[in-house]
Design a protein around this ligand. Structure first.
Ligand code: 5GP
Length: 124
């Protein structure tokens, strides 16, 4: 696992050094709008802890942080009107490392919705 670099942009958001458009905050998790939205709903769900990627988080985070992350994600989908409870659904994506084309090395889950999101990946 690469070392966590705390100069990444999401670490700076968590430290309050740069602003973000917060949708939901819990004890261990922050949900905020992506600065370059790819869909009418595009938010990022991040743990407050220092994890590089989903596999780092899933392997190493305390259970309370993992549960809080997923419960916050579910709450955000309801708050944003894309949950299956009354909404039309969403796509959750996490990119990891070079082949995953991860831009920001702090674990985050994209939640995209508000339109038909099309095929999951380009064939090839
Ligand atoms: P990745 O490619 O790492 O999965 O996605 C990183 C995401 O972070 C991109 O969708 C990008 O638009 C978003 N992003 C990058 N910098 C900022 C920022 O300063 N603020 C916010 N809200 N989103 C950012």
């Amino acid at each position: 696992m690469p070392a966590y670099d705390d100069s990444n942009i999401f670490a700076r958001i968590l430290r309050g050094e740069i602003p973000s458009d917060t949708v939901l905050e819990t004890e261990h998790t922050l949900v905020f709008r992506d600065i370059r939205p790819q869909a009418p709903v595009h938010v990022l769900v991040i743990p407050k802890g220092a994890y590089v990627s989903y596999d780092d988080f899933a392997a190493n985070a305390p259970e309370a942080e993992i549960v809080d992350f997923h419960r916050a994600l579910a709450q955000a989908t309801r708050d944003l009107g894309v949950a299956l409870d009354g909404g039309q659904g969403f796509r959750a994506i996490t990119n990891a490392g070079e082949h995953g084309v991860q831009e920001v090395p702090h674990f985050h889950m994209h939640i995209l919705g508000g339109r038909d999101m099309g095929r999951m990946v380009q064939p090839g």
